[in-house]
Design a protein around this ligand. Structure first.
Ligand code: ADP
Ligand code: MG
Length: 226
């Protein structure tokens, strides 16, 4: 109950509204998608309309899911978590996807546990967002290296890619909702990640060089934010 309160306090009115809308939209959308699939006339010219509708609904689904990650107050569960173990889980999860894009994810850390106090699913989501952005930034493949540095009161996770990089102009806009350079992007992943990290009492730093790559540094405190 305590977690619930802390979280709803942190959510702005707009955030609560967004969460409410996201919930309300998701269920009817799932139903519509299901029925459209059932009606699909495989061998007529209408097929492409069905496919477009389905693709558009899927896009709304993605946006709604990304917004929902921000606010699931009832499911927030802060626990003492070994960040290295979590990173290994995430790497395993993304391996297949990475291989398909010729990307190698390299964890440059040992396995001696480093504990932080966090909402595991949210931190997992942040790491997935960052690594996926790294993969998407390297259309010809490359490496994503993950480094972990223990600090006095926390830990710094660094994600280094060899991708296209981010221009100065974009760097300033990063964190604004719906800003994307991708055809199928939502421009929500980074904003959501930033919010989650800030809710944990941490911060995200981005440094990038066009054509060289990007480094995302995530600082997370080891203990609960007061
Ligand atoms: P999306 O991935 O849906 O576009 P994000 O919020 O995750 O939305 O990212 C916003 C934008 O920031 C991306 O469209 C991309 O231009 C830029 N970006 C984020 N991470 C990277 C990265 N590692 N390398 C290059 N560009 C990035
Ligand atoms: Mg993204």
């Amino acid at each position: 109950a305590e977690e619930m309160m802390i979280n709803s306090e942190k959510l702005s009115i707009a955030g609560q509204l967004a969460a409410g809308i996201a919930h309300e939209i998701r269920n009817p959308m799932t139903a519509i998608k299901g029925f459209i699939q059932l009606m699909r006339p495989e061998y007529t010219t209408k097929k492409q309309y069905f496919d477009i509708i389905t693709a558009e609904i899927e896009r709304i689904e993605t946006i709604v899911s990304e917004l929902l990650i921000l606010s699931k107050p009832q499911e927030l569960n802060y626990t003492k978590t070994d960040i290295l173990l979590l990173l290994s889980e995430i790497t395993t999860l993304l391996k297949t996807q990475a291989i398909l894009k010729n990307v190698e994810i390299i964890g440059e850390y040992t396995s001696t546990p480093i504990y932080i106090y966090c909402e595991k699913n949210q931190i997992k989501q942040v790491c997935i967002n960052i690594i996926k952005n790294g993969i998407e930034a390297m259309p010809d493949g490359g490496e994503i290296r993950i480094q972990v540095k223990k600090e006095k009161d926390g830990v710094i996770l660094s994600f280094l890619d060899e991708g296209v990089g981010i221009s100065k102009e974009l760097l300033e806009k990063l964190g604004e909702p719906f800003y994307t350079t991708k055809e199928k992007g939502t421009g929500l992943g980074f904003m959501v990640s930033k919010k989650i990290i800030e809710n944990h009492g941490g911060n995200i730093k981005v440094s990038s060089e066009l054509g060289k790559g990007t480094t995302i540094e995530v600082y997370l405190p080891s203990h609960r934010k007061k």
